[in-house]
Design a protein around this ligand. Structure first.
Ligand code: GLV
Length: 326
């Protein structure tokens, strides 16, 4: 009987997915809480047929070379794939998988939770109580913004952006979106607008676009200058879409009202970052998709991509299907 193909899994993923992979292949599992270093990655992929990696692992052209010609698949345990240089994998005929769809609702729920928390100052109010500042009920204490009738601007109108719009419509918000590639649906109450219109008309802005050269620092000093003074900015997409120094200035000077970041640049945010001094900023550690069942589904989808790839079958969710046209 021939030995099972070997795969490298770069972190302990939820058991439902890990078991699928362990039952199928010979798994080399990285069990540390922190990601493997670059050197360790390059060593551990040597001779593997498949790699199941996380968004904290960089996969570029060097990696398939270090792995060897038997590498058949890279499966990312995330929907975003800016950690992977996809053309480098495509050039070698290696399919790359991701986990779209299943985390849409969890991510949109969390983006909406952050929006409400920032607009109504929930985290700041909790700190106010815990630091003994609550002396009495006050008519002007911790005032925030109303939702009904306000305008939400969504940047990136894919699956998650549209799920955010559905939530916002339930709260009687007007929804506009900026997405150069989205084709407007005739009955969609959300309206497609230019970036300039979105920046100048939105009371709330939520980012749902992938990170690319076109979206890196899309929210820069110029963008903040166009926003309303009561604007609340939420980012559950990728940290580098915001120029964080420009965000710092905008929040510090009151150019905008508040922000909430699930993602930062870099991650984790260094403890000496000036952003941590700001009362009107919420920062959480990249957990928008972190519900139990969503993470189970992500692990199972990443496992299914890995297993199919090692078997030489088409990945259920493939980012670079061009590899199959060869
Ligand atoms: C999380 O950020 C993901 O891309 O799945």
């Amino acid at each position: 009987m021939s030995a099972k193909p070997k795969v490298f899994v770069t972190r302990i993923i939820p058991a439902k997915g890990l078991q699928m992979v362990q039952e199928a292949w010979d798994v080399d599992l990285w069990t540390d809480d922190l990601p493997p270093s670059r050197d360790i990655m390059l060593q551990r992929v040597r001779g593997v047929a498949g790699l199941l990696c996380l968004l904290t692992d960089r996969v570029d052209g060097e990696l398939p070379v270090a792995a060897g010609p038997q590498l058949k698949v890279v499966s990312n345990h995330a929907v975003g794939f800016d950690n992977i240089v996809v053309p480098d994998c495509t050039a070698r005929g290696i399919p790359v998988g991701n986990t779209p769809g299943i985390l849409t609702d969890a991510t949109a729920d969390f983006a909406f939770a952050l929006l409400m928390a920032a607009a109504r100052r929930v985290v700041e109010a909790d700190r106010y109580v815990r630091t003994g500042q609550w002396k009495t009920w006050g008519p002007s204490v911790l005032l925030g913004s109303d939702f009904v009738g306000a305008t939400l601007g969504i940047v990136g109108y894919g699956r998650i952006g549209q799920a955010m719009a559905r939530r916002a419509l339930g709260f009687d918000l007007r929804v506009i979106y900026y997405d150069p590639t989205a084709i407007p649906e005739p009955n969609d109450p959300a309206q497609k607008v230019s970036l300039e219109t979105l920046l100048s008309e939105s009371d709330f802005i939520s980012l749902h676009t992938p990170l690319s050269p076109a979206t890196r620092h899309l929210m820069d000093a110029r963008a903040f200058a166009q926003m309303k003074q009561n604007a609340v900015l939420v980012n559950t997409a990728r940290g580098p879409i915001i120029d964080q120094m420009a965000l710092y200035d905008a929040l510090k000077t009151g150019r905008i009202f508040a922000a909430a970041l699930d993602v930062t640049d870099p991650e984790p945010l260094p403890m000496d970052s000036p952003l941590l001094e700001l009362e009107n900023l919420i920062i959480v550690p990249h957990i928008a998709s972190a519900s139990q069942s969503t993470r189970d589904k992500m692990a199972m989808m990443a496992a299914a991509n890995l297993i199919a790839g090692v078997q030489g079958q088409r990945l259920p969710n493939c980012i670079n299907p061009q590899v199959y046209d060869r």
